[in-house]
Design a protein around this ligand. Structure first.
Ligand SMILES: Nc1ncnc2c1ncn2[C@@H]1O[C@H](COP(=O)(O)OP(=O)(O)OP(=O)(O)O)[C@@H](O)[C@H]1O
Length: 257
């Protein structure tokens, strides 16, 4: 049986004042798909994510999640329902350790808001610590678990954001340029991690690094001029003349600048 549609974007439009960023964008995402979203700077990719997370309300159109219209549902409710965007770097608590940040996220996942943190006690909350330590081990983070976040490199902090997003056990994971600013080794670590995510997790990934995104996606969507230029198999998209014109044309223009 074919996987069900988990997200449906129905004729979404977005304008900021007179500036029309998205025009009538429609897309159906099936459970477990890995969709790469590319397009030139300013094409509206992050705006599109903001609409999916509820950080922005579209000017027109609707968003459905598991068949339910969530266009007017608040962002935190969408997160609780399983639509998770990776934590932004400035959402990490920089003065705390990696482990403490993870414990806070797990606490939220288990609806234990503000319970343990005041009187942190491994004996009192053994399950929480057990889960955190298991994730630390799975992710190979043992050496960094007790490091204060602000002491980590930029790339390491970005890795932690992604790991914390995954720790919530999302159903739809939205990754906005996950490898931006990372070293090659840090990028390889994240690519490997994303390859090993549960197969039923739906992932949408905005990424400028074409090698990374073509390596991860089983479907590619190109946003251009406010709409979807092409939506299809990565090979088909890679060989599409218009896509090549956008990318190669840009590179040539830069080379001659
Ligand atoms: N809140 C806002 N108010 C006004 N204009 C905005 C707002 N958010 C985004 N924009 C504009 O919308 C356009 C699309 O921005 P967006 O960040 O979605 O593009 P993008 O495809 O993610 O670009 P990039 O690849 O550079 O990150 C840009 O021209 C941006 O300046």
């Amino acid at each position: 049986m074919e996987n069900p549609v988990i997200l449906k974007i129905d004729r979404v439009g977005m304008h900021f004042g007179g500036l029309e960023i998205l025009k009538n964008v429609s897309l159906e995402v099936k459970k477990g798909e890995r969709i790469g979203i590319i397009g030139p700077n300013g094409a509206g990719k992050t705006t599109f994510f903001n609409i999916l997370t509820g950080d922005l309300k579209p000017s027109s159109g609707s968003i459905y999640y598991k068949g339910e219209n969530i266009t007017n549902v608040a962002n935190f409710k969408r997160t609780n329902a399983g639509i998770v965007r990776t934590f932004q770097r400035n959402n990490l608590l920089n003065e705390l350790t990696v482990l403490d940040n993870l414990l806070l996220v797990l606490q939220r996942k288990h609806h234990l808001q503000n319970v343990w943190f005041k009187k942190r006690n491994e004996k009192k909350y053994p399950k929480l610590f057990e889960e955190a330590n298991q994730l630390i081990k799975t992710w190979g983070l043992e050496k960094r678990a007790n490091e204060i976040v602000k002491k980590l490199s930029y790339g390491e902090q970005r890795q932690i954001e992604i790991l914390l997003g995954i720790a919530i056990n999302p159903q739809v994971l939205l990754l906005d340029e996950p490898t931006a600013g990372m070293s090659q080794a840090e990028t390889d670590y994240i690519v490997d991690l994303l390859h090993n995510l549960p197969k039923d997790l739906t992932v949408l990934i905005i990424e400028h690094d074409l090698e990374v995104v073509f390596g991860l996606a089983d479907r590619m969507v190109v946003l251009y001029d406010g709409g979807i230029l092409i939506d299809g198999d990565p090979n088909e998209v890679r060989n599409d003349r218009r896509v090549n014109e956008i990318y190669i044309g840009k590179e040539e223009a830069a080379a001659h600048a």
